[in-house]
Design a protein around this ligand. Structure first.
Ligand code: NIG
Ligand code: FE
Length: 413
């Protein structure tokens, strides 16, 4: 099917080719005012200014959509989520309001371990159905690609169950889904004093099955004091790499303990969180090819310091934005809010935040050939805004629903 979208107020993030953006380049957001966009069989076939329409599309298709006063953007790429979980955790939310810290809750058997015991009791169907609802919810909010992690199983059966659910989501979803194995999320109680035992279970009992069934694209590890050390992360990730899984890692949320350096050594695709960064961490990251994925709504929800976005950008790091949608530290997958918080609290320019949540985020999940910009040949996964006065109005008027409709593979959802 061919669809022509005409009179677009502003067509945002139009690029002939895709490059990972760093430094000042992150603020460059190409747009076309009063534009058209041609979609053929779910793929962007052409675009340009309205005055070029006659020349570029001499034969108008039957299906024409008028987008007068609307902004059209590529959908968000959410490169870091944990949307497969059994139960929400509002009790801990209340504990935090009353003064407990995230680390204190975790030390009491709450947090990840709480989600783990609930996940192990849930059936594959229950997990699939609730994750499917979350995915449908975020697609309506403009997410056009999503990465999903395991990590609430923490047993061989539990981790494999989660990954099989993610595989099913991948097969049935209208948007691209990437799967990440996060067996190293925390040490299960039974292995609290026997780290080697759990690491061996990951390497010998989980990874071979995961590889054999094609259950994951990436391997992750929560590298923090009280969780996994950089040395343990390296052992786990090297084993994962042996099975073809690229590292995509949780580092520097709570502590700076060398996770960035280890991730660079491991040639990770991305290092995610980055609330706690030393000057050296920033320097190492800026000199590497590793993408820094900032998760500001986790800092927002946990009342932590935000990621030093300005320092990272000014140092030349390649940064992306993601939601971290999970029941403990970011119970929202609303990427519009992620973009708004990035501008409001981390002082990112609207152009920088939009690039970080689209093109750079596509790179952070290796989808830059398919998504992340308005480029001929990429998927027509698009956000149509309501009439807004400017692009900056989107993060400025945070919390308002400014999305009129979302197109996935050339069709409105
Ligand atoms: O990315 N910090 C580790 N993992 C998740 C939170 C998991 C949880 O609290 O359930 C995160 O923030
Ligand atoms: Fe996370």
């Amino acid at each position: 099917m061919t669809t022509l979208i005409t009179n677009i107020g502003q067509l945002v993030n139009t690029r002939e080719e895709s490059t990972l953006l760093r430094g000042v380049a992150l603020a460059g957001l190409p747009t076309i005012e009063n534009a058209f966009l041609l979609v053929e069989d779910g793929i962007i076939a052409d675009y340009g200014a309205m005055y070029e329409l006659e020349l570029k599309v001499p034969q108008l298709p039957k299906n024409i959509i008028d987008a007068h006063e609307q902004f059209v953007l590529p959908t968000w790429c959410d490169s870091h989520t944990h949307i497969v979980f059994a139960k929400t955790r509002e009790e801990e939310f209340i504990d935090k309001i009353k003064g407990m810290s995230y680390a204190e809750i975790a030390a009491k058997g709450g947090g990840i371990l709480n989600s783990s015991s609930k996940l192990n009791e849930a059936s594959e169907d229950e997990l699939f159905n609730s994750a499917w609802k979350r995915m449908e919810e975020v697609i309506k909010l403009g997410t056009g690609a999503i990465e999903i992690k395991s990590g609430y199983g923490l047993t061989v059966e539990g981790e494999l169950k989660m990954l099989r659910v993610i595989k099913k989501l991948k097969e049935k979803a209208s948007i691209p889904v990437k799967a990440t194995f996060l067996g190293a999320h925390t040490y299960p109680l039974a292995f609290k004093e026997n780290h080697t035992g759990y690491i061996n279970q990951i390497i010998n009992d989980m990874l071979p099955v995961i590889a054999n069934e094609g259950l994951a694209d990436y391997i992750d590890c929560f590298c923090e004091t009280g969780f996994f050390s950089p040395e343990e992360m390296e052992i786990i990730c090297r084993a994962g790499q042996g099975f073809g899984l690229k590292p995509k890692l949780h580092v520097n949320q709570l502590n700076s303990i060398g996770g960035i350096e280890s991730a660079i050594k491991l040639n990770a695709l991305s290092v995610d969180h980055l609330e706690t960064m030393t000057d050296n961490d920033v320097k190492f990251l800026s000199g590497s090819t590793v993408i820094g994925t900032l998760l500001p709504t986790a800092a927002f929800f946990l009342r932590m310091n935000y990621q030093p976005a300005r320092q990272l950008i000014d140092a030349g790091c390649a940064i992306a934005l993601a939601s971290d949608y999970n029941p403990g530290s970011s119970p929202s997958g609303n990427m519009n809010f992620v973009v708004a918080v990035s501008c409001i609290q981390m002082k990112m320019l609207p152009e920088e935040a939009i690039n970080a949540a689209t093109i750079n985020a596509a790179f952070a999940m290796e989808l830059e050939k398919e998504l992340g910009s308005i480029t001929i040949g990429k998927k027509a996964n698009l956000i149509f805004t309501k009439p807004v006065p400017s692009l900056a109005y989107l993060p400025y008027s945070f919390g308002a629903n400014l999305i009129d409709k979302v197109m996935i593979n050339g069709e409105f959802v």
